[in-house]
Design a protein around this ligand. Sequence first.
Ligand code: P6P
Length: 339
Amino acid sequence: MRTRKSIKTLTEFIIERQQEYPHAKGALTRLLNDIATAAKIVNREVNSAGLVDILGYAGKENVQGEAQKKLDIFANDQFITALQAGAECCAIASEENEKVISFKNEFSELGKYVIAIDPLDGSSNIEANVSIGTIFSIYRRKSEIGGGTLDDLLQPGVNMVAAGYVIYGSSTMLVFTTGKGVNGFTLDPSVGIFCLSHEDMRFPEKSNIYSINEGNYIHFQEGVKKYLKYCQEEDPVTNRPYTSRYIGSLVADFHRNLIKGGIFIYPGTKKNPKGKLRLLYECNPVAFIAEQAGGKATDGFNRIMNIQPESLHQRAPLFVGPKDMVEKAEEFLKEHSPA
Ligand code: P6P
């Protein structure tokens, strides 16, 4: 039985870490708490989705042309409401909204941060009861006054001040970084408190999982095909053949690979050279966490966090995981890419 004194809550942790930023006035602390609050409300609905009429499609499409599930919209509304009420954030870019949501009320306009968020990623898995998640990244605004702008959101990942995800699974966890390592908090549903459960998360030294939708094999570039064959070869010295694990829910796949050690790949294809995942609210946050956990995240050739976004919903190929695995994959891409 864990005694109270051994449990550190999210709030206690953030306030404790805030001491490391003497000039901090607590705005980022409050912003992270606003996200945690919305996550708890979304968690309650995700866990009871099968019981209430919230499963199924809302009859609308999001900007990606993907049929919106009722939970997608519910989650989007919860995060927008919590962030607007919290008044630390002056604008949001959401997967569910084509344009920037700029907060123009007298309080939010003073918000120093902007957020890019995928409120409920992997929602196509909801009715299969597969883990899904929220993914977010936080930047300081560039504009001086008024509601946040598109320019505030189109910043390269290196400008992130924090990033994280919530995974709604067998237990609900909030995993985030503010640039000083990665920490995971598990929700105690009996009291609705996120408690520190995974301190200073890092990829394991040895990894042997590869995650990719091999159903798209014929569309992959030659270098990706060659890397997959490398993963499947027998070589005890390098722990191969690797194990293939793919859920089709980015947060679930990435979280497992962070804990157990593995590379996640969503590459470009001839038809979709930039792949499927969105840079601002899927690739960048996952890349920040991966780098802070000792790993690497590239588009196969360039660091994800260096990419200068041109549009809110632009996509990027993603190779993310332990440094050695990502660099091996990059070797095959470089060797087999057209000169
Ligand atoms: P595919 C979910 O729709 C998502 O955006 C990510 O969560 C996931 O990694 C990816 O798409 C799965 O895509 O094409 O393999 O089904």
